[in-house]
Design a protein around this ligand. Structure first.
Ligand code: EPS
Length: 360
């Protein structure tokens, strides 16, 4: 069975949930490590006051016993503490009693750049909140929890994944300036995965190409508008003789003298570091709103203004790390299979022996 992830949850609903299927039995999970990633995602300069309400922590509802996976679906939950302020507005069932708290009034002022208008049109919504709640980047919390599980699995085969803000210098100044102007900013993040063996992914079909899958995993994160692997767009300006990575043999196996491909050639990992970059657009909720149209009256109006982040690029680095880790774990499960962790690691060892390759 392949590794698969299903998530659910609204930003101000009771909780975010994830079900992970296809994990091997016997993988040891560390609750503190998962919670540490959840905390990393909450930090960063320019985050919304929402992060003072939330103290994200994972709850495990199924699939784990005494810290070890059972090989059965792993069910995770991250509670939304802010839900206590939305119990009427986000009640899953028709609410009882007088309207109270947040979310009472229908939202009819779509924000350019958010899911509001598309959601209202696509699903025929009278209250844009029905769209924005699920589209919210709050949902990335449970992906980070799933990514932490993926990282534990990858660590068993010597793979380490790390995300960072690509150009961290100056970020705070940009955020301060944007905040003062009641505006928002985006940025670029980079994820690097070390120890990925050659042979994950396949050139056999478009869908199985590892680079296509990594790009989709990262592009699927809220606010990401561009993804590149290795030298990406810069390769377009180079000659072939400058763009490719020459093959040599050293004591660790067949290697490359450079890594312009970012660790993937022809949709298959080549044993070099996987390098994925993502560009995040400036967040769409603006304190000085852009023009919009009131969906109730059809008249020009300013877009919705509500609490939001000035920047979430440092959070994106953590979410992109989780998404890349998840996709690499899916590809590793495909390649090495196994019902138990021992089977999985054993298949990886035998494969490395066959290709005479060791991680650097
Ligand atoms: C978000 C809007 C804000 C962010 C949220 C993403 O939510 P709120 O209106 O509750 O302040 O804080 O991100 C998170 C809650 C989170 O945990 O990352 C949006 O519209 O995407």
């Amino acid at each position: 069975m392949g590794l698969a992830l299903t998530t659910g949850g609204e930003s101000h609903g009771p909780a975010l949930v994830a079900i992970l299927t296809g994990l091997p039995a016997g993988l040891v999970l560390d609750r503190d490590a998962i919670d540490a990633d959840l905390r990393r995602r909450q930090q960063g300069y320019g985050r919304s006051p929402r992060q003072q309400i939330e103290t994200d922590a994972v709850e495990v509802l199924a699939g784990l016993r005494h810290g070890r996976t059972l090989g059965t679906p792993l069910a995770l939950l991250v509670a939304n503490r802010d839900h206590r302020n939305w119990t009427w507005g986000m009640s899953p069932w028709p609410p009882e009693g007088e309207p109270e708290g947040k979310g009472k009034a229908a939202v009819t002022l779509p924000r350019p750049g958010h899911a509001d208008l598309a959601g209202a049109q696509k699903y025929g919504l009278a209250d844009v909140r029905d769209a924005l709640e699920r589209a919210s980047a709050r949902h990335t919390a449970v992906h980070v929890a799933a990514g932490a599980v993926a990282k534990a699995l990858l660590r068993a085969i010597g793979v380490e994944v790390a995300g960072s803000v690509h150009d961290e210098a100056g970020l705070q100044t940009r955020v301060d300036e944007a905040r003062a102007a009641r505006d928002t900013v985006g940025g670029v993040v980079e994820v690097r995965a070390r120890g990925v063996p050659p042979g994950l992914g396949s050139y056999a079909t478009k869908e199985s190409r590892l680079d296509a899958r990594l790009a989709a995993a990262v592009m699927g994160i809220q606010a990401v508008k561009g993804v590149e692997i290795g030298e990406g767009f810069r390769l377009a300006d180079l000659r072939g003789s400058e763009a490719h990575d020459e093959i040599v043999r050293d004591e660790t196996g067949l290697r490359r003298t450079s890594n312009r491909a970012g660790g993937v050639e022809a949709g298959v990992s080549n044993g070099e570091e996987i390098v994925v970059r993502a560009a995040m657009k400036p967040l769409p909720t603006l304190m000085k709103p852009l023009g919009s149209v009131d969906l109730d009256t059809g008249q020009p109006a300013e877009a919705l203004v509500e609490r939001s982040d000035v920047a979430a690029v440092e959070a994106l680095a953590v979410v992109a790390e989780a998404s890349v880790a998840w996709e690499l774990a899916v590809a590793a499960r495909e390649k090495f299979g196994g019902d138990s962790l021992g089977d999985f690691v054993g298949a990886w060892r035998a494969y490395l022996e066959r290709i005479d390759w060791t991680a650097r």
